[in-house]
Unconditional design. Structure first.
Length: 173
C-alpha cells in the first residue's frame, strides 16, 4: 500500500482520531479541529486558525477553513470567506458554484515546494495557515508576502535565489 493510500485510509477509517492527532500536533495557532462530515469516500474537517503573533497585533482575523479529503487522495482547503477577496483560489468548477478551494502551490512545482501525503496532515494545515495569513496581507497591503507564482499553465520559473537554493537543497534549510 502506498503512503497516499495508507495515510488517506487512516483519516477516512477514523476521522476523529485524525482530528485528535491534529489537536495534539502543536500546530501554532490551531485552536479547533472537528469532523464536520464523513462518508464512505470523504471526510470534511473544519479547522480554526488564530493569526501568528505579529499579524494578530495588526488585527488579522481568526480563520475558519474546511479541509476535504477524498478516498483517492485529493485534498482541498476552502476558507470561510464572507465577501473577502482572495488572490489564490481556484475558480468555481460549475456555474454558480460558491466553493473555491485555496490554491496552495503550483501543481508542477518541484517537490520541495508542494505538499504530499508523505508530509502529513499537520504539515498541510500549517501550509493552509500560512496561506490564509498571506491572503490577508495581500488584502491589506496589495502584495503577496514572498515569491508569488504565475497562474495558469506554462513555464513558471523560480525567480529568487533564496527559493532556487531551497529547491536545490530538496526543501531543507
Amino acid at each position: 500500500m502506498t503512503i497516499i493510500n495508507l495515510a488517506v485510509a487512516k483519516v477516512l477509517g477514523d476521522p476523529e482520531r485524525a482530528v485528535q492527532q491534529l489537536r495534539n500536533a502543536n500546530i501554532y495557532g490551531l485552536t479547533e479541529a472537528t469532523v464536520a462530515d464523513e462518508g464512505d469516500d470523504l471526510v470534511v474537517i473544519w479547522v480554526t486558525l488564530e493569526p501568528w503573533a505579529a499579524p494578530a497585533a495588526q488585527g488579522y482575523p481568526t480563520e475558519r477553513v474546511a479541509i476535504t479529503i477524498w478516498g483517492d487522495g485529493r485534498i482541498q482547503a476552502v476558507a470561510a470567506h464572507g465577501n473577502r477577496p482572495f488572490l489564490h483560489r481556484y475558480p468555481p468548477q460549475f456555474p454558480g458554484d460558491l466553493i473555491q478551494p485555496l490554491c496552495l502551490w503550483y501543481p508542477n512545482d518541484p517537490r520541495a515546494l508542494r505538499w504530499t501525503w508523505a508530509d502529513g496532515l499537520a504539515a498541510y494545515v500549517t501550509i493552509v495557515h500560512r496561506h490564509v495569513q498571506a491572503e490577508e496581507c495581500w488584502r491589506r497591503h496589495g502584495v503577496w508576502p514572498g515569491e508569488d507564482t504565475p497562474h495558469g499553465y506554462g513555464d513558471h520559473p523560480i525567480l529568487t535565489p533564496e527559493l532556487q537554493c531551497f529547491v536545490a537543497q530538496g526543501g531543507t534549510r
